[in-house]
Write a protein that binds this ligand. Structure first.
Ligand code: KG4
Length: 340
């Protein structure tokens, strides 16, 4: 008999539901929340309210696109954390209620685990190409910057992580400082394509081991912008492409230096990336370039699986299901989750 898993993701500002059947994706529906754009960042209370409005239509649409009825479901996987508590509450409560009504098991999933396993989402008409265990994943988003060794679908070791800001935050804050808008990553990515990445230099951190730091490079940009604007009030407008290209190159250099070090230390040659920042075109190109140079097999998630989506939660939940794990109905969401 087939296992049909409904995945639910509501950790931040995207409400998403997906259906997978024996590991194959049948549907993946995402409702994004434009309401936050006016505020230059996600407003938690507005996010929870939008999730409340979206969750029923999004789940219905996911079931309908998959061609399955609620009564066909084998189990429900949901994001327990990390994320915004109010947002997580909506998805968790919905998953629990539906699980109870249908009398089917629940599997809680760590959102980050979903990003780590995104390469295992199988799709009709798309070549199956999956990393072999153990592999390295550079997990980069608005809340995380980590190098993770993935030993099996349910076993992970964090080899290094940021000691301050996440790299996505650095992209977003750079964009804010330059008055370019939110979220900053895609805007900087677009402008960087037209700029000279070698024109300006920004400070790089000297952190031992495999950990990251992004607060210094952010401050370096802040002082640079302040000093240049004092000399020429139009500096930013005249040079924004080169600033974005140079800043983005600095962030990619920092990320790749430690990833290369991790690959050398572990001898692992299968390397993946995940999380919102893995959509960055410069980072994707650089990973492929380094991969070719170093004999790595590199795996880049499709763009639709880089940002928050329930397909990755469903696939992670499927592995928990196969391992016989079940989540009790008294589970509560958590804003921080230290382990996977
Ligand atoms: O994983 P995600 O959707 O949400 C969490 O943080 O959990 O990641 C969002 C982050 C934001 O900081 C956004 O600016 C960044 O991913 N991002 C990008 C790109 N697209 C999204 N950063 C760089 N380049 C991009 N193309």
């Amino acid at each position: 008999m087939s296992d049909i898993i409904l995945g639910i993701e509501s950790s931040c500002d995207d409400t998403s539901a997906a259906v997978i059947k024996d590991g194959w994706l049948l549907s993946n529906v995402i409702a994004s929340q434009d309401v936050h754009k006016a505020y230059g960042g996600v407003v938690p209370e507005l996010a929870s309210r939008a999730h409340e409005l979206n969750i029923v239509p999004v789940v219905s649409e996911a079931l309908s696109r998959a061609g399955v009825k609620a009564s066909d479901l084998t189990a429900i996987a949901f994001t327990r954390g990390p994320g915004l508590l109010g947002s997580l509450l909506v998805g968790t409560s919905f998953a629990k209620s539906l699980g109870l009504a249908l009398d089917i098991p629940l599997m809680m999933v760590n959102h980050l685990q979903g990003h780590l396993l995104a390469d295992f989402i199988r799709q009709e008409g798309v070549e199956v190409r999956e990393p072999a265990f153990p592999y390295l994943c550079l997990l980069v988003s608005g809340g995380n910057s980590q190098i993770v060794r993935v030993d099996s679908p349910l076993e992970y070791t964090i080899l290094g992580q940021t000691i301050d800001d996440a790299v996505g935050e650095a992209f977003d804050k750079c964009s804010k400082m330059m008055g370019l808008g939110y979220p900053g990553g895609p805007i900087i990515d677009r402008l960087a394509k037209q700029g000279d990445p070698l024109r300006f230099k920004f400070a790089k951190p000297h952190i031992p081991g495999l950990d990251y730091s992004f607060s210094g490079v952010k401050t370096s940009l802040l002082y640079f912008v302040r000093d240049q604007l004092a000399l020429d009030p139009d500096f930013m407008e005249k040079n924004k492409e080169d600033i974005c290209a140079s800043f983005q190159k600095t962030l990619i250099d920092i990320l790749m230096d430690k990833l290369i070090k991790a690959a050398k230390q572990t001898g692992i040659k299968d390397v993946t990336i995940g999380g919102g920042v893995s959509a960055n075109s410069g980072l994707r190109q650089r990973l492929e370039l380094e991969g070719r140079k170093r004999g790595w097999r590199t795996f880049l998630p499709e763009f639709k699986f880089t940002t928050d989506n329930a397909a990755m939660i469903a696939i992670a939940g499927y592995y928990h299901y196969l391992a016989g794990e079940r989540t009790a109905l008294d589970v509560a969401p958590v804003s921080r989750m230290s382990d996977f």
